[in-house]
Write a protein that binds this ligand. Structure first.
Ligand code: HEM
Length: 349
């Protein structure tokens, strides 16, 4: 037998072994589309907004299905009950690893000075280490947490939700009128709105909730990873399996939201005008063990921005133009509205 033949046989046996091993793992996961070698399902996820493609896959494979993304298994959870049950479990509350810090660490010795926050943080960490200081507040884990808190979690989310608020106000001037009437009624013009007014302003709260429902700002949530092998609903998920919750699908589910694309704050109100308390399939901040840490802060900020805007200002479409469409840029990580123009008018006393 020639060396080439032996070599080819070894490769074939290895590939077969790898294939059978993967098949065994896959057979215990929720069924999903077949993938192509190495790329998995990636070729089938191109050609449109990812959350919409995934929502159409849901129609074919059901509310839970598995995708292969390169060598990773990614389990899609597309209804509220599944997200609640999976994300409520400790074993599904890990995060897939972050690459960026490693890249910065590798490049750090060659950099002539700190280019950015990560560099500055890593340099400080090194200096503390060389001085023999032990500071638990400076660690790579802490750095990763800070980056996501600062740049993604804490600022872009709230500011883009405010953009959506303005856009929906332009699209629905009658709703703007109701918000202004509520703030005039509860707060008046002599003082600024405060958080103490929240309980007496159910329409404003309902408006903010409807904005968050239809903005679907983080359409696919933030990925979770299994921290150990875990069995749920008869499926066996190996450690490292990635889970994604389609907030987009949950917020568009006609089972919970009749005419889901219609903007209607009334969905969140009882017939007597009070705010509903138990709201299924509404999870702008996700849910479970890793639910957004900034939820209450974000909701306070949104309330104050919108009530102060409504007390002082009226948003109008630019003269001679129809109101902008409530369309998003359709990015799968964060879903801001498309840029739009508008006029701000000060409200007269
Ligand atoms: C409208 C505004 C916001 C929205 C829609 C939002 C949404 C979310 C979502 C969907 C997650 C993922 C939860 C999961 O993994 O299942 C998350 C995580 C997180 N959010 Fe927010 N968020 C907002 C504002 C904020 C603010 C203002 C802060 C802090 C100042 C914040 C801090 C965090 C942190 C630290 C996490 C990670 C929690 C963890 O890993 O355990 N968020 N957020």
């Amino acid at each position: 037998m020639s060396v080439t033949l032996i070599f080819a046989s070894i490769i074939i046996v290895y590939l077969l072994h790898d294939f059978v091993k993967k098949l065994l793992v896959w057979s215990k996961l929720p069924p999903g589309p077949w993938g192509v070698p190495f790329l998995g399902s990636i070729p089938f996820l191109l050609g449109g907004p990812l959350h919409k493609i995934l929502d159409s896959m849901r129609k074919k494979y059901g509310d839970i299905y598995t995708l292969g993304l390169f060598h990773k298994q990614v389990v899609m959870l597309s209804n509220w009950e599944l997200v609640r049950d999976f994300f409520g479990r400790m074993e599904i509350s890990g995060r897939p690893d972050a690459e960026e810090v490693r890249k910065h660490k590798r490049d750090l010795p060659s950099s002539s000075g700190a280019k950015d926050y990560i560099d500055a943080y890593l340099t400080e960490m090194e200096q503390q280490k060389s001085r023999g200081e032990i500071n638990p507040n400076f660690s790579e884990l802490q750095l990763r947490v800070n980056i996501s808190d600062l740049f993604i979690a804490g600022s872009e989310t709230t500011s883009n939700t405010i953009r959506w608020c303005v856009l929906f106000l332009l699209c629905h001037p009658e709703i703007q009128g109701k918000l202004q009437a509520e703030v005039d009624d509860v707060v008046g013009r002599d003082r600024l709105p405060s958080l103490n007014d929240r309980d007496r302003m159910p329409y404003t709260e309902a408006f903010l909730m409807e904005v968050q429902r239809l903005a679907r700002l983080i359409p696919l949530g933030v990925t979770h990873a299994a921290t150990e092998d875990v069995e749920i609903d008869g499926y066996q998920f190996p450690k490292g399996t990635v889970f994604m919750a389609s907030i987009w699908s949950c917020h568009s589910d006609p089972k919970y939201w009749p005419d889901p694309e219609k903007f209607d704050p009334g969905r969140f109100l009882n017939s007597d005008g009070t705010l509903k308390t138990k709201i299924p399939s509404f999870l702008p901040f996700a849910l479970g063990k890793r639910q957004c840490l900034g939820e209450s802060l974000a909701r306070m900020e949104l309330f104050l921005f919108v009530t102060i805007f409504m007390q002082k200002l009226t948003f109008r479409t630019t003269t001679g133009r129809p109101h902008p469409k409530a369309e998003s840029v359709d990015s799968f990580a964060l879903n801001p509205p498309k840029p739009f123009q508008f006029l701000i008018e000060e409200r007269m006393e």
